[in-house]
Design a protein around this ligand. Structure first.
Ligand code: 13P
Ligand code: SF4
Length: 304
């Protein structure tokens, strides 16, 4: 038993050293988990770090598909997800059979799979993307038409920036759809000087009201570089912790307090400690699927 967080954190750090582990933490995680991270980032940044690390163990504080991507890239490492039930409902909206059927219907359209998909779906796709690089990935595909799965709103936003025909799957993020246009209008009225940044998983009606549509990594970058002093943030509220920590002289307001991803919030300090103690909840992808999924992820990582 630990009487306080300090004792718990000390034990996590001791075990991290002993296991030669690295702690990768997504921008939506609880503040207490972000604060002990080796790296905090968006899904693209964390995939890149996973692919380059020398650590033997990766403790992935995020959701299942993120840990799976790390395992696809680093089969010789032990990838642990501190809560095995931390899934992504959007990723569960499509399976390999569904994508195969769509590819049969549109045989000339290469498939782009958002990283928020299972390894099996990535294995069927031609290339992956994240919300950071979706536009660049879509541009890089040498075809006038592409399939885009599973997020219809990211697909909609990406298609508005790229001159290609998009064949779109009907998936969405249950957290981001909780942000509605009225939220942006209300917050703008309350904070008229603020810049509005929203994630491309938001609905087109919300994106249309924003100053910027950016990934979580893009939000961090812009908040730092901008001369604006106030920002309205349309994404999962965990994002606010990092933005406030890195920009203590600026103000950040959530577009909606309802934008909470319950799966991201499943991981806490105790679960990080237990995963290091017991080395359980390992995420491993069968080799045949891993190799196919890896070509889609590698193609994405090669896009500049
Ligand atoms: P980022 O790629 O912006 O980190 O987003 C991942 C995600 O799950 C958003 O809901
Ligand atoms: Fe999935 Fe949405 Fe949660 Fe991101 S915020 S992990 S897309 S459910």
């Amino acid at each position: 038993m630990y009487s306080d967080d300090a004792g718990l954190i000390e034990e996590i750090m001791r075990l991290k050293e002993k296991r030669k582990a690295i702690l990768l933490v997504h921008n939506y995680q609880l503040g207490e988990v972000q604060d002990i991270a080796d790296y905090t980032g968006d899904s693209l940044e964390l995939s890149r770090i996973a692919s380059q690390t020398d650590s033997r163990v990766i403790v992935f504080c995020g959701v299942h598909f993120m840990a799976e991507t790390a395992s696809i890239l680093c089969p010789d490492k032990t990838v642990l997800l501190p809560d095995i039930n931390a899934g992504c409902p959007m990723a569960d909206m499509i399976n390999a059979g569904g994508l195969r059927a769509l590819m049969k219907e549109y045989p000339n359209a290469p498939a782009i799979a958002y990283v928020n998909t299972s390894a099996e779906v990535k294995a069927e796709a031609f290339i992956c993307c994240t919300s950071t690089n979706a536009v660049r990935v879509a541009e890089s595909v040498d075809s006038p038409e592409v399939i885009f799965v599973p997020d219809k709103y990211l697909a909609h936003y990406t298609s508005s920036c790229v001159k290609k025909k998009f064949i779109i799957w009907d998936g969405y993020c249950p957290t981001h759809i909780k942000i509605i246009p009225e939220d942006i209008l209300r917050e703008r009225a309350l904070h008229p000087q603020a810049e509005v940044m929203v994630h491309p998983e938001c609905t087109p009606a919300v994106a249309a009201l924003a100053d910027r549509v950016v990934s979580t990594g893009g939000m961090c970058k812009f908040a730092k570089e901008s001369s604006a002093k106030e920002f309205i943030i349309g994404t999962e509220i965990g994002m606010l912790h990092r933005l406030r920590k890195e920009n203590p002289d600026k103000k950040f307001y959530p577009a909606s307090e309802l934008a909470i991803c319950p799966n991201m919030k499943r991981i806490n300090l105790e679960k990080v400690l237990w995963s290091l103690q017991d080395m359980k909840n390992e995420i491993k992808v069968p080799e045949e699927i891993r190799l196919k999924a890896k070509s889609s992820v590698d193609r994405m990582l090669a896009v500049k």
